[in-house]
Design a binder for this molecule. Structure first.
Ligand code: NAG
Ligand code: NAG
Ligand code: NAG
Length: 325
């Protein structure tokens, strides 16, 4: 299901260019029969064709590696293919651009190998706006990592905070309990999600809002705390632990490999815009503000429209700014 959604959203994003308007989103319009209504830009991919950066990529100098897969419920490593990672050969290049390219091609990113258990590999993705994240998916090549985690920034990379953890054993690796119970008081607690063993190749998806109590409140619109929780300007992926296996003598070691990372969401415009467009000066996305609001994210009332204080449009109202004359 997530895979299908991802595919559809990606195809839609490609089809319509980088800026999407209309279809699909409930309350896409900011006015209905002349009356203001809560509105949001439609969802799009914030990672597609964005330049990710990483602390480790194989291929310079060229290096052999053994192919990992899952066979009969066990992780196996195959060194017989003579596989080599070579940055100077387009057929054997696994650079970081492939992480955020078209998800259906067969190119993938791969780290250097012979990682020790203390080596942490980092991937950084800039989202080009304050994005309201619907989901982030990781499509692993070969096998999944045994443990990794996400950090997010809301200030374009000045500061990062832990966002979500993934592990075969949340308890052993991170000292966290998977499936923690949340209430409205602690609903933005950072959680750990179990990676199934054996760690077969394929997609693992994180939905920031799902299973948090106010995700279903006053549709559409979350609690203020959850609304802030689902936003980011940057995401950082940190691989903490590779899957341990019996390495053959000729095996040059452990590495991480991913086909794609996809960050799907909408521009955060506080319920006051149905579109966001790329600013040609900064390259960043900017909300096309309605309801007499203004700012990059429609985060304030226009001058002379301060008769009522600015407020986020949520499930309880549209909170249009009104003129005082
Ligand atoms: C959240 O709070 C509830 C009760 O207030 C508690 O039972 C639960 O364990 C807390 N969850 C976490 C993850 O701290
Ligand atoms: C929210 O609603 C969906 C479908 O209506 C349901 O499956 C899910 O369990 C609900 N989530 C919470 C936290 O209540
Ligand atoms: C400048 C502007 O966009 N003004 C709008 C403010 O909102 C009212 C509706 O209450 C519109 O009629 C105005 O066009």
């Amino acid at each position: 299901m997530a895979q299908l959604t991802l595919l559809l959203l990606t195809l839609l994003a490609l089809h319509c260019g980088r800026v999407l308007t209309q279809p699909e989103y409930v309350n896409g319009e900011c006015y209905a029969d002349g009356a203001p209504t809560r509105c949001e830009p439609v969802r799009m991919s914030f990672s597609l064709f964005q330049q990710a950066t990483t602390s480790s990529t194989c291929g310079a100098p060229p290096a052999p590696f053994c192919v990992r897969s899952v066979s009969l419920g066990r992780v196996v490593s195959d060194c017989r293919g003579g596989d080599i990672c070579d940055a100077s050969d387009p057929n054997n290049d696994h650079n970081v651009l492939y992480l955020t390219d078209f998800p259906l091609n067969s190119m993938w990113w791969q780290s250097e190998n012979s990682l020790t258990s203390d080596d942490r590999v980092v991937i950084d993705i800039l989202l080009l706006t304050l994005a309201e994240i619907s989901f982030i998916s990781f499509d692993f090549h070969g096998i999944k990592a045994a443990a990794f985690h996400l950090e997010r920034s809301k200030d374009y990379g000045l500061t990062f905070e832990p966002y979500h953890y993934f592990a075969i054993s949340c308890e052993n690796t991170f000292g966290m309990l998977p499936d923690a119970e949340l209430t409205t008081v602690n609903e933005t607690t950072v959680l750990c999600q179990t990676i199934q063993e054996p760690p077969t190749p394929g997609i693992i998806t994180f939905f920031p809002a799902i299973d948090r109590p106010s995700a279903n409140d006053s549709q559409p619109g979350y609690s203020e705390a959850l609304y802030q929780f689902v936003t980011a300007t940057n995401v950082r992926v940190i691989f903490d632990k590779h899957y341990e296996l019996q390495l053959a003598e000729e095996d040059p070691g452990y590495y991480y490999a991913l086909d794609d990372i996809n960050v799907i969401g909408s521009c955060q415009c506080y319920g006051h815009a149905s579109r966001c467009i790329e600013d040609s000066m900064t390259g960043l996305y900017q909300c096309v503000c309605q309801h007499n609001t203004t700012g990059t994210y429609c985060e304030r009332c226009q001058d002379f429209y301060n008769d009522v204080p600015w407020q986020r449009a949520d499930g309880s109202g549209s909170f249009e700014c009104k003129s005082w004359f």
